[in-house]
Ligand binder design. Structure first.
Ligand SMILES: Nc1ncnc2c1ncn2[C@@H]1O[C@H](COP(=O)(O)OP(=O)(O)OP(=O)(O)O)[C@@H](O)[C@H]1O
Ligand SMILES: [Mg+2]
Length: 295
């Protein structure tokens, strides 16, 4: 697993050098992935939490960010009680180091708070302070995974668009399917190149594949874009059982079908290369992009 992490780091460094732009500022080689999906309750938070753990087990330095700024709840899924959150950083009451939590799985976790919509209205001073604090973390990560709120509101889609890759989670239900397509459409409009589908709560792999193929067919026809299909996670009673016990699925039911499927997703995610072709390393880091969105 260490080998895989080393390979990933090398790959990222090579890609970072390939931009050919003379005044490009070298950036730390950090990959950013947002987990989004349109419809509420499709399993974004469960997936992002456990993907973070799976990637950390493969030797990556993972930062998990709760980007559901209005109803932050990743702390519950992680079984943590944060003393500080991003609101404290914004108010200058905590540094980012005091806010980030180390977890037993090796994932570092950045909790959010309810009522953080005001982030968009930060004055320049506070925005700069938050940006400076957040950017300090990027250099010590290989992978930043961001959970997002449901819906296709500006805050969620901005966050997803600022990441290099957006994983769009759906279930086989028609409503989820249709919201996943709406998300795909908005993110394509925002210029996102690397979008991938995950089907959660499927009755079988076949059902998951059929769901993904239908979304791919609609996207190809109407958006002239073919999102990648990463895989399916089955409907599995160990998922709500782990949430009830406030422990991550991969920690307490590592051999359950859903946990095994998430492990496979992590393998595929880290294997790359991206179907959208080589990713470009942005001059702006993830947090810098988010902070600049409303300017
Ligand atoms: N594969 C699965 N099998 C069974 N239950 C699942 C599965 N995935 C998620 N769930 C359940 O679905 C519910 C919603 O999951 P989760 O909170 O991760 O969704 P979400 O997309 O983050 O929701 P929100 O949009 O409200 O943030 C939880 O009760 C969770 O236990
Ligand atoms: Mg959620």
């Amino acid at each position: 697993m260490r080998d895989q992490a080393d390979k990933l780091r090398q790959l990222r460094l090579v890609k970072g050098q390939g931009n050919g732009d003379a005044d490009e500022t070298p950036r730390p080689s950090v990959r950013t992935i947002a987990v989004t999906g349109g419809k509420g309750g499709v399993g974004k938070s469960v997936l992002v939490t456990n993907l973070a753990i799976a990637c950390a087990r493969r030797g990556l330095r993972v930062l998990l960010v709760d980007g559901d700024l209005s109803l932050a709840n990743l702390d519950l899924l992680m079984g943590l009680i944060p003393k500080k959150n991003l609101a404290d950083v914004v108010l200058g009451q905590a540094s980012i180091e005091e806010t980030v939590l180390s977890t037993p799985s090796g994932v570092r976790f950045l909790p959010a708070a309810s009522g953080m919509e005001e982030m968009a209205d930060l004055d320049d001073f506070r925005r700069e302070r938050l940006l400076r604090e957040l950017s300090r973390l990027e250099s010590s990560c290989d992978l930043i995974l961001v959970d997002t709120a449901p819906g296709i509101g500006a805050q969620t889609t901005h966050l997803a668009a600022a990441a290099e890759t957006a994983l769009i989670v759906t279930t086989p239900e028609p409503t989820a399917f249709s919201d996943a397509y709406a998300t795909l459409k908005v993110l394509r409009r925002k210029g996102c190149r690397d979008l991938a589908l995950v089907v959660n709560r499927a009755g079988s792999n076949g059902e998951g594949t059929r769901t993904a193929r239908r979304i791919q067919a609609v996207a190809r026809r109407f958006l002239e874009y073919l999102p990648d299909y990463l895989g399916t996670v089955p409907e599995d009673p160990t998922v709500p059982a782990s949430a009830m016990r406030q422990e991550p699925l991969l920690s307490i039911f590592p051999h359950s079908p859903a946990a095994q499927a998430i492990e496979s997703l992590a393998e595929i995610l880290l294997e790359g290369p991206s179907p959208a072709g080589p990713r470009l390393v942005d001059r702006e880091g993830l947090f810098e992009k988010v902070a600049n969105l409303d300017r």
